[in-house]
Design a binder for this molecule. Structure first.
Ligand code: GRF
Length: 203
């Protein structure tokens, strides 16, 4: 089962996938790591583990559609069974989402459908939430709105800052993502394709 990872930043979720695989807890092949930022830590982590790593700059493309065309044709070339967005911070064009419909997942740091988008930890604290967490979901054209595969919950504690809360959530993201990818690789996840249209509207 071939996995490609898309990441814009640090890469701790990628590192968790690599570690789980090395420990024999994730029966997949990591066939490529792709980024929109040449300086992404994720690329360094990939290279240190002998995984092909590629960054493309959005500035070299006329628009989002053109950028995604070149990015996702490089991704298609490594023939992934699943694309894992792990801290990939760019919106993905509808054409690319449709091309990989049902074969692309994302990890998002909130209990979806609450807090799609950015600054999830600060927003959860500001709203007085007592509980927060992370979700792994299928990618559909609407941002962070695809069918949820699994979630991890953490308490929001008195005195939490966005940083302390983010740290507590991140600790749970790693096993959540590993488990989700493993379940998909083992064929144990079926997308609720009949219940949700690609644009997120119920059918
Ligand atoms: C994670 O919190 C992920 O949920 C969010 O971006 C962060 C990426 O962290 N989408 P890392 O690059 O995997 O360390």
């Amino acid at each position: 089962f071939r996995i490609a990872v898309l990441a814009s930043g640090r890469g701790s979720n990628l590192a968790a996938l690599i570690a789980a695989r090395a420990a024999g807890r994730l029966p997949v092949e990591l066939v490529g790591v792709f980024s929109d930022r040449a300086g992404a830590g994720a690329l360094e982590i990939a290279r240190a583990h002998g995984i092909p790593a590629l960054a493309l700059s959005p500035k070299d493309s006329a628009d989002r559609t053109a950028f995604d065309e070149s990015l996702f044709s490089r991704i298609a070339a490594v023939q992934p069974d699943l694309i894992v967005c792990a801290g990939y911070m760019r919106l993905i064009s509808e054409a690319a989402v449709r091309r990989f419909a049902g074969r692309m997942i994302n990890i998002h740091p909130s209990l979806l459908p609450k807090y799609p988008g950015l600054h999830t930890h600060a927003r959860a604290i500001a709203a007085g939430e007592r509980e927060h967490g992370a979700s792994v979901h299928y990618v559909i054209p609407a941002l962070d709105a695809g069918p949820v595969i699994a979630q991890a919950r953490v308490p929001v504690l008195d005195g939490d800052t966005p940083e302390t809360l983010a740290g507590r959530v991140l600790e749970r993201e790693h096993p959540l993502l590993v488990a989700s990818v493993r379940w998909i690789a083992e064929g144990r996840v079926r997308q609720a394709g009949a219940a949700v249209a690609l644009d997120g509207r119920p059918l």
